[in-house]
Structure formats: structure tokens, C-alpha cells
Design a protein. Structure first.
Length: 134
């Protein structure tokens, strides 16, 4: 694990939440992106070395929609930057963590991603991120 890559926050209304976080962080979002395979629209903010990803469901059966129905708006996941995502998946699996993605998949912000199930990480959904092309 190299560093915290971003913190993901599930929101009901991306446009309204962008306004809130622009005020909090004092900077506008730098990217809005749809990840159809996950049924989500994302908005990214950069604040110094830190990033925040807002996540809005675009379908009723998406993981974000289910999260919002169950828990409401709030912190959804913590993402860690990794140098070799396949090696990290293998390492963490051998350490006993429940890996939700045996193979990395394309995520938002030009990243390969994989997730660890919260039941094996003290209730926190953990995302591994590797820059595509690195």
C-alpha cells in the first residue's frame, strides 16, 4: 500500500453534493465520470495531496443505490494506491481477507480497482487502486 488514494462518499444528489464539497474544500470538482459497469456517476475533488470521490447511483440496482437504501449518505469506502494491484490482491487473499474481485477491473479516474469485503476489514469497504498504464 502506497498511500490513501481517496475517500469515497455515497450521495443522493451529485449536483447538490458538489456544491457542498466545493464550499468545504474551497475548490471545484475536477472531473465527473460515469462508470456504467458499477451503475455510478462520480465526481472528484483534489485538496492538496488528498482526493474525495462523490458517488451517485445511476441505477436502482447498483451497489451505491443499495448502500444508500441501507445506510444513507456517508463514507462508502477508503481507497489505497498500490503499485501492483494483482500482487496486492494475491497478498491480501493469502492473509485471509475476502477479496471481491479476483481480477482488477476498470474504475473511475483512470484506475484499475479491486475491493475487499467489509466483513474482513472491520466493517470498512477497502478499494485498491492502480493507475492504468503504470
Amino acid at each position: 500500500m502506497d498511500k490513501i488514494e481517496h475517500i469515497g462518499i455515497a450521495v443522493n444528489d451529485l449536483a447538490a453534493s458538489n456544491i457542498v464539497f466545493e464550499k468545504i474544500l474551497g475548490t471545484p470538482h475536477y472531473k465527473i465520470e460515469e462508470v456504467a459497469s458499477e451503475g455510478v456517476r462520480t465526481s472528484f475533488f483534489q485538496s492538496g495531496p488528498n482526493k474525495i470521490e462523490l458517488l451517485e447511483a445511476i441505477s436502482d440496482d447498483s451497489p451505491i443505490a443499495k448502500f444508500l437504501d441501507k445506510k444513507g449518505e456517508g463514507v462508502h469506502h477508503i481507497a489505497f494506491a498500490v503499485t501492483d494491484i494483482k500482487a496486492e490482491i494475491s497478498r491480501l487473499k493469502s492473509e485471509g481477507f475476502v477479496v471481491l474481485n479476483e481480477e482488477p477491473k476498470r474504475g473511475a479516474d483512470n484506475k484499475w480497482v479491486a475491493f475487499l469485503h467489509p466483513k474482513s476489514t472491520n466493517g470498512v469497504l477497502v478499494e485498491l487502486c492502480q493507475e492504468i498504464g503504470s
